[in-house]
Design a protein around this ligand. Structure first.
Ligand code: PHE
Length: 343
């Protein structure tokens, strides 16, 4: 077989090849021919053999290149064909996907976290099962102080409870203030944290009280922190949360063992704009949170000195109730879809 002819033949066949199989056959055929040519080369002289060998190799290279190109083209065509067969009609009506709803408490928590982050607080968390030391003692609750009973605590059953230290006796935390003491033990001022979380109180439920609810705690410790700083932060956070620049607050003296002075904070009623309505019992003010300047004994218990700070704790449930005008705290855990679907 003459090499020029062989090349012509190959080109002809390649032009007719339409599948990967065809290409494979052409490749094999060439190898066959090459073997035939090689075996008939025996009679040739060394110089001719070499020349022929070079040309055969060139042809092989050419063929390889052609086959690679052609393979690519065929594969592309196959994909195109497949795509055309799998025509997708994007105008067809799809299945109706039922969307879930964010629970109003999750929504409130998220919004509050955003506000406090914006105000420069970092978001921290702490344990729901807490030892008495962090929930009470370190917060300056004396062992027999009535305030400790006032909290109506859920105690965790421990057989040898009487022999345990305050750091071993467990309770369900009654407030997020436990994270104040936990955090101050391990961090140096300036401290600026906001702590959302679940708290538990063993009390009869009614429209405004649940055994389990959410709080968000604020703690700011540094040098020269004052009540003015506390007021500014509280006012700004309430105005942001209720998206109302006219929100006002007032501080009334109150008692919590871990702050001195301590305050009960009222905010102007956003439902009636202080004209008087059932929500504010026609007072124009609503008691919204507890706050105060951190008691020096608390700093001492946590190993801090020469600092001042403020703390506050607010019920997330109460905030959400006021924002969405929810008249009963028990809706939150009711699992009633008619309620949940509104958010
Ligand atoms: N821990 C208090 C409560 O649960 C609220 C509070 C927090 C008061 C911080 C003062 C300072 O009622």
């Amino acid at each position: 077989m003459n090499i020029e002819n062989l090349k012509k033949q190959i080109i002809e066949k390649l032009s007719k090849a339409t599948s990967l199989k065809d290409l494979e056959i052409i490749g094999k055929e060439y190898l066959e021919e090459k073997r035939n040519i090689s075996s008939s080369m025996k009679e040739l002289g060394a110089k001719e053999k070499k020349e022929l060998g070079v040309r055969l190799n060139e042809l092989a290279k050419f063929l390889e290149e052609e086959i690679t190109q052609k393979t690519k083209k065929i594969k592309l065509l196959e994909i195109k064909e497949k795509e055309e067969n799998e025509f997708l009609d994007i105008t067809l009506k799809g299945d109706n996907v039922k969307r879930g709803h964010i629970h109003p408490l999750s929504l409130a928590k998220k919004e509050l976290e955003d506000i406090f982050t914006f105000l420069g607080f970092s978001i921290e968390e702490g344990p729901e099962v807490e030892d008495e030391w962090h929930n009470f003692d370190a917060l300056n609750f004396p062992l027999n102080h009535p305030a400790r009973e006032m909290q109506d605590t859920f105690f965790i059953k421990q057989n040898n409870r009487k022999e345990l230290s305050q750091k071993e006796k467990l309770v369900l935390r009654t407030h997020t203030s436990n994270v104040q003491t936990r955090y101050m033990e391990n961090h140096k001022p300036p401290i600026k944290i906001a702590v959302p979380g679940r708290v538990f109180r063993s009390e009869a439920t009614d429209a405004r009280h649940e055994v389990c609810f959410y709080q968000i705690e604020g703690l700011y410790v540094d040098k020269d922190v004052s009540v003015a700083n506390l007021k500014a932060v509280l006012l700004r956070f309430l105005q942001e949360y209720f998206k109302d620049e006219n929100v006002k607050i007032r501080l009334r003296p109150s008692f919590f063992p871990f702050v001195e002075p301590g305050f009960e904070v009222d905010m102007s009623c956003t439902v009636c704009n202080q004209k008087g309505c059932p929500v504010c019992s026609y007072e124009g003010w609503i008691e919204i949170l507890g706050a105060g300047m951190v008691h020096q004994n608390v700093f001492k218990n946590c190993g801090l000195k020469d600092v001042t700070g403020f703390a506050f704790g607010v019920s997330v449930d109460r905030l959400a109730m006021m924002k969405y005008k929810i008249d009963n705290i028990r809706w939150f855990h009711s699992g009633d879809l008619r309620f949940l679907k509104q958010f």
